[in-house]
Structure formats: structure tokens, C-alpha cells
Design a protein around this ligand. Structure first.
Ligand SMILES: Nc1nc2c(c(=O)[nH]1)N[C@H]1C(S)=C(S)[C@@H](COP(=O)(O)OP(=O)(O)OC[C@H]3O[C@@H](n4cnc5c(=O)[nH]c(N)nc54)[C@H](O)[C@@H]3O)O[C@H]1N2
Ligand SMILES: Nc1nc2c(c(=O)[nH]1)N[C@H]1C(S)=C(S)[C@@H](COP(=O)(O)OP(=O)(O)OC[C@H]3O[C@@H](n4cnc5c(=O)[nH]c(N)nc54)[C@H](O)[C@@H]3O)O[C@H]1N2
Ligand code: SF4
Ligand SMILES: [Mo]
Length: 748
């Protein structure tokens, strides 16, 4: 080919929850430009610096392009047939010998950013029939999901701040100007927050660090890490004490208000102020402002989840939204209605099974099984502790737990003992170096995208589909095919199972579910007719078409002729706007009572633990995390554009603490916790609260046997060597990655 033509493709960025629309210009197989798609109905041209890194990711010479098999210490590039044959040779006998719980699965964060993984990862995982399922969810948002499950009935019934219409936004433990928003899909949070202020509104940030978001806020308050539930309870207390608890329209849909009033009695602002580090008068004023604002929203994220009282704090956020009349109304917090896969839009409107406390527990520590998974913080226990049910083999899918999960050193020791490990991953990194077989996915530019997860958490309803930018490199396999081949092996069909038959089975299950919902227009239809209607599509596109057509905006397979289909989306490359969020209570509820449960018994039972925490003596230092705009958890540090510039992996230390310890800016500090010790350069800054230090997660590269040359040159320290796995948040099993007690000293 002499003169490859220049083309523009419209894509959706799969890197973070903002899901920005991209305009990618290509010449032949080369990316010449990546910009925001100005016509995208959802993101209107906004992007961050990571979008351009998709070009470097695509071209990264360290990115694996063939399967890898490890024999002893030697890694060998392998054919797909050899890789699957190796898995077939080693995995089924282990299941045979030790039972199905002997195989564990860890699902990492990119599973929710990838259409094929979203639709197909459950196929091999369910076939394993193991109780040992772990994921990044218990390092992240599980407490919010537990609170949502109890209050509203499903784990994805998470109310989202209507940031574009609110007058008052209280943000705790989130830094959306850097993270680009989480459990709140909203590209360009800076623009949205500036617009909030421009229309006379207020936003308040409560965070142990004066973040970029805090710096732009109307006001910022330092809070002692881990004390958000106390602070939130004090706001609730003030609402009741001053007769400001006015749920308005929602009153008739709420259960448990009296219980809340009673519980809050113990948490007067004066009682919690010293522990939180926020004056009582400020807490009272914030409560009055929140109640007095015409429309207000409370929003909490990582800082309120990955901590000791994560479920209590996540719950209280929505208790406050309900008590101030802001739950489920414009300008408050609302439930999105996604076009596909929205669990709280199927089944009987207004009623459901709800969430019950975990009925089973982990083998070693008796930790809760929540939404079908066990706490990642106990994966090492299950591998290291002998006995029936011990984990002997591991499948990781798009995860890097050795950088992201607590007590990384102990987890590494555990991985080193596994009899067999398979990783579906594009890098030979800190985790996959322990694998025996690595199966690499195609690059994000070689696959289609529709965001099934974050449309359920977005500030506006929309539908967008993007075909792959480049045809898949014939040497690679689509991820859904990889997953089906794994499923075939697990099902005992060997490494050459009939993939078409397996895919037909998956599609049939999806069609059966689609016709089962009494609320769907196609109720009673024959699943065969559904399959005929989406023929000849296969793979993710077939499943997506079924979900879209059976969804709330769908054509119902003919019942609503103008409704949505995948073909409609294919014809609208910038997406279809489906309008602002609308009130959905009571139809959205899936609780057994059909009410919002403000005071679920299992959550209420955890309140005494919170009360007792006020009696503790304060630690000299507690450690918190942080994120950097040009980074994404652990796996984008091999891209030169993202790692150039100053070292982001520094220990933030307040000037008074630095003086006391004799640590100057740039000095090396040793940070030590109950489980480990790391070194990092000190960055002295008054943006961090005295007594609090911060290290970002996702660093700690450069280990032997990894193949990420750029990352190795920017190694940084692994903060999860400091985070303990000994305790988890009791209701959700979530790891406690914030407010970790540490000591700090000059490095030797
Ligand atoms: N101390 C501390 N620890 C934390 C956090 C914290 O704030 N503090 N945050 C936690 C949070 S919120 C999260 S979500 C977790 C993340 O934890 P993980 O999900 O375990 O880690 P990631 O860094 O996201 O690693 C993603 C892996 O997937 C691979 N990958 C990327 N894209 C694809 C793909 O398309 N397909 C496949 N098959 N593989 C892919 C990458 O190479 C990488 O190995 O970390 C958690 N850990
Ligand atoms: N650039 C970039 N974007 C990302 C990611 C990334 O790694 N880099 N990761 C993505 C992922 S997986 C997620 S889950 C989201 C997370 O999205 P966010 O939650 O917005 O991310 P963070 O920047 O970790 O913000 C957490 C904030 O909580 C504060 N904090 C820590 N402990 C406490 C506490 O006890 N109380 C309170 N009130 N605050 C506390 C921290 O100082 C920090 O400012 O970001 C996503 N987006
Ligand atoms: S904000 Fe997130 S989705 Fe948007 S371009 Fe950046 S990484 Fe991609
Ligand atoms: Mo996350």
C-alpha cells in the first residue's frame, strides 16, 4: 500500500468512568491524532491527557501480542493452541483432584471498562462453580453497593448527584478533577463544578487533603481520615435537632426515619468534632446550608468507601440525601436509567428480593460473601492456609492485585505457591509474572465498545456504540473468544471446544432473561424469536443488541417500532442523548417492602462500633492514598507520555510534621506500618492535614521478570506493602486502604 488514506473514527475512551467520546484519526494502521469528539452527545469534546496515551498503549513494544508460557523461570512466546493446550493439561486435573473451590478468580478494574469482558467474563467464571471469586470491587466501591443493596434493593441502585442542576454539592473523599469522577460518570467535572458556582451555587469539599477539587471549591474542610461516618451522623443529628429533616415528596416511601433520629442522638456535632477535626459550629452550619439549599446533593467516593466505616459512611450519604428531600429529585441525587442491562429496570417495578446479609462466609476467616464474591483482602489466606478447599490455582482477568491489594508482600508469597495460574492480561507485570500462561487481549483500538457499566452511573442518560478503530491483528484473539475457549476447557470440552455452540448458549441465556421480565414489552415472546431478530450478529454485538432492544428504550423486538436497536446506534456515531435523569421512586425500588429502607438492620447493628471508635487514642500518622491525572491505577506507567515529568510517587507531609521529623522536601523517608515498610521521597506541602501522610497506589514497578521497561525506570513504591489485610470493613469485606496507621522517619 503506497498512500494509506486518512480516516476519522469515533470511539469511546475505555480508560476511566468518564467514558469520553474520541475522534481518532488514522493513516493505515497508524494513529495520527486523538481528540475529543466535539459532537459526542455525552462528553461534547472533553478529554484528559490519558486519551492520547491510547496511541502509545497501542504501539507499546512491551505490550504482549502473543500468549506466553512460563516453564520454570523461562518465558516463551506461544501459539494460542499451545497456550490453551497447556491450560487444558494443567487446570482440569487440579479441579479434579482438589475440588472446584481450589480454583480462584480475580477480576480487575478493566473488566467494567470492556464490552467483551462485561458480557463474557461470567461464562468461564460461572462454569468454575467456585466460591473463591475476588475482584477489585472489594478494594473500591463494595461498601456503597452494600448500602445501595440494603436501601434500594440492588447493588447498582446507586443515586448519582445531578451535578448540572444542583445548587449545593457536598463532596467527601473524592477528587473528580483528577479522577474524572467515579460512581458519577460525568466528563468535564471541572466545567460542571465551575458552572455550578457560576449559577450561584456552592460546593464544599471534605477531605484530609486540599486536592485540586478542594482548591476550586467554595470551601474545603480537612477531616481526620476514617471519621466521615461520625461527621455525617453529626449532620443528621443537626437536621433532627433543628427540625430540618424534611424528606418532602419522598416521606411516604421511606421506612426507618424514627430509627435514624434515635441513632443520631449520640452524634451531636460537639461529640464528634474533636475526632473529626471539624469544629461543631461548622458542622451545624453545613447541615443548615444543606437543608436550606433549594436543591442539594451529598456525594462520597473512595475516601468514604475504602475505610474502616465504609458502609456506614456510604449509607449516611444517602440518608442525608433522603432527609433533606434531595433523593430522587432534579438537582439532588437520582437513579440513571441505562439503555441496557440496568438491573433495577427489570423484574417487577417497585418490589424485589432486596439484599440480605451474607449467608456464607470465607473458609479461613469467616468473612462475608457479598454479591457472590469474597474480600480480596483474604485471598492470601485462602491460598496459604492448608486444608480442604485451599486455593491451588488462580485465574486473573485484567487485574494487578500485587500492586492494588492489601499486604502485597504476603499476597506475592501466596501467588508464588500456586500450582497453576493463568492471566488474561496485556502485560508481563507484577502479578502476571507469577502466571504460568498469559493470554493477551487485543489493544483497545482493535475492539468495539459500548459502556454497559457506567451508563448505569451517569449524570445523563445516553447510548453510544463505537466499532473497533482497527481490524483485529489476525495473530490475536478477541477477548470473548479467549473467554469461551477457557469456558470450553472448564466444561471438559478440551482446548478446541465448539465456540459457536458456546456462544449460542450464552446468547440463548441472554434471550431467555430478556423475555422473562414481566415489565418488558416482549414478555412471553419466544427466546428463539429474539435470537432470530438479532441474527446474524454474534459475540458481544449479538448480546448487546438483545439487551438494548429488551431495555427501557428498546424496540421490544417490534413492540415499539421507533425504539433503540444496535443498528440505530451504528447509524449514529456520536451517540443518542436520552435526556436528563428522571425521578424513579418508587418504580426503581427492589426492596421486599417496596420502600426505601433508611435504617437497614445489618447497617444499624454496626453503629455501636462507630460510637466506640471515638474513645480511641489518636495515632501519630495515618496514611491515605491519592490519584494522579496522568496515571490510572497500576497499569499505564509504561507509556512515556504519562510518566514524563516530576515523580508522582511521593510522600506528602505537612510542614510542621516535616520540621518535627527533620525531613526536608526531597529527602527520602521510610514509612512503616504493621505489615511492611517502604521508602519514598518526601514532598512537603500544607495541602495535607497535619498528622496525615499520602502515597499514591499503583506504583512499585521494576521487579525482576516483569517486562515493562518504561515503568521500571519510574518504579515508585508500592503503598499496598503498608496496607494491612488483617482487618476488612465488616459489612462489605472491603479493604481498608485509607487511615492506615504508620510511622515516618528519615530513610537510613
Ligand atoms: N492503597 C490503595 N490501593 C488501591 C486503591 C487505592 O486507592 N489505594 N484503589 C483501588 C481501586 S479503586 C481499584 S479499581 C483497584 C484496581 O486494581 P486492579 O484492577 O487489580 O489493578 P489495575 O491497576 O486496574 O490493573 C489492571 C490490569 O488489567 C490489565 N488490563 C488493562 N486493560 C485490559 C484489557 O482491556 N483487558 C485485559 N484482559 N487486561 C487489561 C492491565 O495490564 C493490568 O494488569 O486498585 C485498588 N487499590
Ligand atoms: N487519573 C486517574 N483517574 C482515575 C484513577 C486513577 O488511578 N487515576 N482511578 C479510577 C478509579 S479505579 C477510581 S475507583 C476512581 C476514584 O475516584 P476518586 O474517589 O475521586 O479518587 P481519589 O483521587 O482517590 O479521591 C479520593 C479522595 O479521598 C481522600 N480521602 C482519603 N481518605 C479519606 C477519608 O477518610 N475521608 C475523606 N473524606 N477523604 C479521604 C483523598 O485525599 C482523595 O482526595 O478514580 C478513577 N479515575
Ligand atoms: S477523562 Fe477518562 S474517559 Fe475521558 S479521556 Fe480521560 S481517561 Fe478517557
Ligand atoms: Mo476503582
Amino acid at each position: 500500500m503506497t498512500n494509506p488514506t486518512t480516516r476519522t473514527h469515533y470511539a469511546i475512551c475505555p480508560l476511566c468512568e468518564a467514558t469520553c467520546g474520541l475522534a481518532i484519526t488514522t493513516r493505515g494502521r497508524e494513529v495520527t491524532d486523538i481528540r475529543g469528539d466535539a459532537e459526542d452527545v455525552f462528553s461534547h469534546g472533553y478529554i484528559c491527557p490519558k486519551a492520547y496515551a491510547l496511541k502509545e498503549l497501542d504501539a507499546d513494544p512491551d505490550r504482549l501480542r502473543t500468549p506466553m508460557i512460563r516453564r520454570g523461570d523461562e518465558w516463551q512466546a506461544a501459539t494460542w493452541d499451545d497456550a490453551f493446550a497447556e491450560i487444558d493439561r494443567r487446570l482440569p486435573p487440579l479441579r479434579e483432584q482438589y475440588g472446584r473451590d481450589a480454583v480462584a478468580v480475580y477480576l480487575g478494574n478493566p473488566n467494567v471498562h470492556d464490552l467483551a469482558l462485561q458480557l463474557y467474563n461470567s461464562v468461564p467464571v460461572r462454569m468454575l462453580r467456585t466460591r473463591n471469586i475476588y475482584s477489585a470491587s472489594t478494594l473500591d466501591q463494595m461498601p456503597k453497593q452494600v448500602a445501595a443493596g440494603y436501601m434500594f434493593g440492588t447493588m447498582l441502585s446507586i443515586p448519582i448527584p445531578d451535578v448540572d442542576n444542583t445548587d449545593y454539592l457536598l463532596i467527601l473523599g473524592a477528587n473528580p478533577l483528577v479522577s474524572n469522577g467515579s460512581l458519577m460518570t460525568a466528563p468535564d467535572m471541572r466545567g460542571r463544578l465551575r458552572a455550578l458556582k457560576a449559577r450561584g451555587g456552592t460546593f464544599v469539599v471534605v477531605d484530609p487533603r486540599r486536592t485540586r477539587t478542594a482548591a476550586e471549591a467554595s470551601e474545603h474542610h480537612f477531616i481526620r481520615p476514617g471519621t466521615d461516618a461520625l461527621f455525617l451522623f453529626a449532620l443528621v443529628h443537626t437536621l433532627f435537632a433543628e427540625n430540618l429533616a424534611q424528606p418532602g415528596r419522598l416521606a411516604e416511601h421511606l421506612n426507618g426515619m424514627a430509627t435514624i433520629a434515635e441513632l443520631a442522638q449520640d452524634f451531636a456535632p460537639e461529640t464528634v468534632a474533636a475526632t473529626c477535626g471539624i469544629p461543631a459550629a461548622t458542622i451545624r452550619r453545613l447541615a443548615r446550608e444543606l437543608a436550606g439549599a433549594p436543591r442539594a446533593a451529598v456525594y462520597g467516593r473512595i475516601g468514604t468507601c475504602t475505610q474502616e466505616f465504609g458502609t456506614l459512611a456510604s449509607w449516611l450519604v444517602d440518608v442525608l440525601n433522603a432527609l433533606t428531600g434531595n433523593l430522587d429529585r432534579e438537582g439532588g441525587v437520582m437513579f440513571p436509567l441505562a439503555p441496557a442491562g440496568q438491573r433495577n429496570a427489570s423484574g417487577t417495578p417497585g418490589r424485589g428480593k432486596g439484599m440480605r446479609p451474607s449467608q456464607s462466609a470465607s473458609r479461613v476467616r469467616g468473612l462475608p460473601h457479598v454479591f457472590g464474591e469474597l474480600p480480596t483482602a483474604t485471598l492470601a489466606d485462602e491460598i496459604l492456609t492448608p486444608g480442604a478447599g485451599q486455593v491451588r490455582a488462580l485465574l486473573t482477568i485484567a487485574g494487578n492485585p500485587l500492586l492494588s491489594a492489601p499486604n502485597a508482600a504476603r499476597l506475592a508469597e501466596a501467588f508464588g505457591q500456586l500450582d497453576f495460574m493463568v492471566s488474561l492480561d496485556g502485560y508481563l507485570n507484577e502479578t502476571t509474572r507469577y502466571a504460568h500462561v498469559i493470554l493477551p487481549p487485543p489493544t483497545p483500538l482493535e475492539r468495539s465498545h459500548y459502556d454497559l457499566a457506567f451508563t448505569q452511573l451517569a449524570v445523563r442518560n445516553a447510548a453510544r456504540y463505537a466499532p473497533a478503530v482497527f481490524p483485529r491483528d489476525p495473530a490475536q484473539l478477541d477477548e470473548w473468544t479467549i473467554l469461551l475457549r477457557l469456558a470450553g476447557i472448564i466444561a471438559g470440552q478440551g482446548s478446541h471446544a465448539d465456540l459457536d455452540a458456546l456462544d449460542d448458549m450464552v446468547a440463548m441465556q441472554t434471550a431467555e432473561q430478556a423475555v422473562q421480565s414481566p415489565a418488558a414489552p416482549l414478555a412471553g415472546n419466544d427466546p428463539q424469536e429474539v435470537l432470530a431478530a438479532v441474527a446474524p450478529r454474534r459475540g458481544p454485538e449479538r448480546l448487546l443488541d438483545i439487551l438494548l432492544r429488551a431495555g427501557p428504550y428498546g424496540d421490544g423486538f417490534g413492540a415499539r417500532p421507533n425504539g433503540l436497536t444496535l443498528a440505530t446506534l451504528e447509524a449514529t456515531p456520536h451517540g443518542i442523548d436520552l435526556g436528563p435523569l428522571q425521578p424513579r421512586i418508587p418504580a426503581v425500588l427492589r426492596t421486599p417492602s417496596g420502600q426505601v429502607e433508611l435504617a437497614p438492620a445489618p447497617i444499624v447493628a454496626d453503629v455501636p462500633r462507630l460510637r466506640a471508635s471515638m474513645q480511641r487514642t489518636r495515632r501519630e500518622f495515618v496514611l491515605i492514598g491519592r490519584r494522579d491525572l496522568r496515571s490510572n491505577n497500576s497499569w499505564m506507567h509504561n507509556l512515556p507520555a504519562l510518566v514524563k515529568g516530576p515523580d508522582p510517587c511521593t510522600l506528602l507531609l505537612h510542614p510542621t510534621d516535616a520540621d518535627r521529623l527533620g525531613l526536608a522536601d526531597g529527602a527520602r523517608a521510610r514509612i512503616t506500618s504493621a505489615v511492611g515498610s517502604v521508602e519514598a521521597p518526601v514532598q512537603v506541602t500544607d495541602t495535607i492535614m497535619p498528622g496525615v501522610v499520602s502515597l499514591p497506589h499503583g506504583w512499585g514497578h521494576g521487579q525482576a521478570d516483569t517486562r515493562m521497561a518504561v515503568a521500571a525506570a519510574h518504579a515508585g513504591a508500592n503503598v499496598n506493602r503498608l496496607v494491612s489485610d488483617a482487618e476488612v470493613e465488616p459489612l462489605s469485606g472491603n479493604a481498608i486502604q485509607n487511615a492506615v496507621p504508620v510511622t515516618v522517619a528519615a530513610a537510613e
